[in-house]
Design a protein around this ligand. Structure first.
Ligand SMILES: *Cc1c(COP(=O)(O)O)cnc(C)c1O
Length: 352
């Protein structure tokens, strides 16, 4: 059976680096993003590790994810809640679950008393209300008796060393000022503000603006898992996941033998080749002709991958398919996020 080994030591190492670089004096500002099964790493497993280092706030994709880890955090924000979810009502009643409100419509549809975090567009032009609609949003929030817990945006330019990142930060500063004035006007308590994900938080000197206008949270995802995909020099983070597969069978093959579908791999010398129990049906990307990939031990993975197994030039009982998702990300011209998040949730996650 394939499995994903999660290194708690590497997680704690990453946590120390992130904390020291981003918010050493206010550790409570560090939030963890656990959406999509904690980027494929195992929702509960990572939530428990985060709990051990006293992280109090988390972000998830949906209601089911939030309910599964509700006991571990002071607050959990559901980024993509759906009123059709079977456990939506249960989530509304939970004292520590917040619902993302990404549009004016959502402010009308959510039932009274719902704890919301209002999403505002600051230049990524994806989710969120227009900045000019803030006043209307506050009117709806008051009228519909919603509990405004937070106001946030997503800076989508953290990875790129150009001015768009700073333009969005300035835009959010304006949003914060407008929001505080509106809170005053409607007699609402100050909501929490947040805007930055891993790469943005690493490059921002957050103390350079007046304290009442500083962000209250940093939404850190990929850095906890040991990666940063950015133009600037990355801090020494360590990938926390290693993917292992176990041997199904072994053959001793002669030079010239071809392997797998359409025989696209041909042996240049007599070799031992085994199959291992992970394939593209388990979410590992499909290795095909022209790709040169090696296991962490240095054994060649022979194209093509099958749905439930792959061939590797070794007879080892188990093989580490990767201990750093960048090897696969490079081969497939993508980012580690995509490699990791595809790993099926039925693959056991083992924390060591
Ligand atoms: C995924 C996500 C993050 C985390 O981004 P990383 O690059 O993984 O740190 C932060 N905020 C929102 C709204 C997200 O959807």
């Amino acid at each position: 059976m394939p499995y994903l080994e999660i290194s708690s030591q590497n997680f704690f190492h990453n946590h120390r680096i992130i904390l020291n670089a981003i918010t050493p004096k206010a550790p409570e500002k560090l939030a963890i993003v656990l959406k999509d099964n904690a980027y494929g790493h195992g929702l509960k497993e990572i939530a428990q590790l985060a709990h051990r280092v006293k992280i109090q706030n988390a972000f998830v994709k949906n209601v089911s994810e939030a309910l599964a880890i509700a006991e571990f955090f002071k607050s959990i924000t559901i980024l993509y809640p759906h009123s059709k979810d079977s456990n939506f009502k249960e989530a509304l009643l939970a004292p520590n679950l917040y619902f993302c409100a990404p549009s004016l419509e959502s402010l009308v549809q959510l039932p009274p008393n719902t704890k919301i975090e209002l999403k505002v567009n600051s230049g990524m032009n994806r989710n969120g209300i227009d900045k000019n609609a803030l006043s209307e949003a506050f009117t709806l929030i008051t009228k519909n008796n919603l509990q405004l817990k937070g106001i946030f945006t997503h800076n989508g330019f953290g990875d790129d060393l150009d001015s768009a990142f700073y333009t969005q930060n300035i835009e959010f500063l304006e949003i914060k000022k407008d929001s505080l004035a509106l809170c005053n006007h409607h007699n609402l308590p100050r909501p929490r503000f947040h805007s930055l994900s891993s790469s943005g938080a690493f490059r921002t000197d957050c103390a350079s603006i007046p304290s009442d206008l500083q962000d209250d949270l940093y939404r850190i995802g990929i850095a906890f898992y040991g990666y940063l995909c950015c133009d600037f020099q990355s801090p020494p983070l360590k990938p926390i996941a290693s993917l292992y597969a176990e041997k199904i069978s072994t053959l001793s093959l002669k030079s010239g033998a071809s392997i797998g579908y359409s025989g696209v791999s041909t042996l240049e010398k007599d070799s031992i080749v085994s199959t291992y129990d992970i394939g593209y049906g388990d979410g590992l990307f499909r290795i095909r002709e022209g790709m040169e990939l090696y296991s962490a031990e240095g054994f060649r993975i022979l194209p093509r991958a099958s749905m439930d197994c792959i061939s590797i030039a070794t007879d080892a009982q188990k093989v580490c398919i990767f201990n750093n998702a960048n090897t696969f990300a490079r081969a497939f011209h993508t980012i580690p996020y995509e490699i990791l998040v595809h790993l099926h949730s039925y693959i056991p996650r083992i924390v060591v």
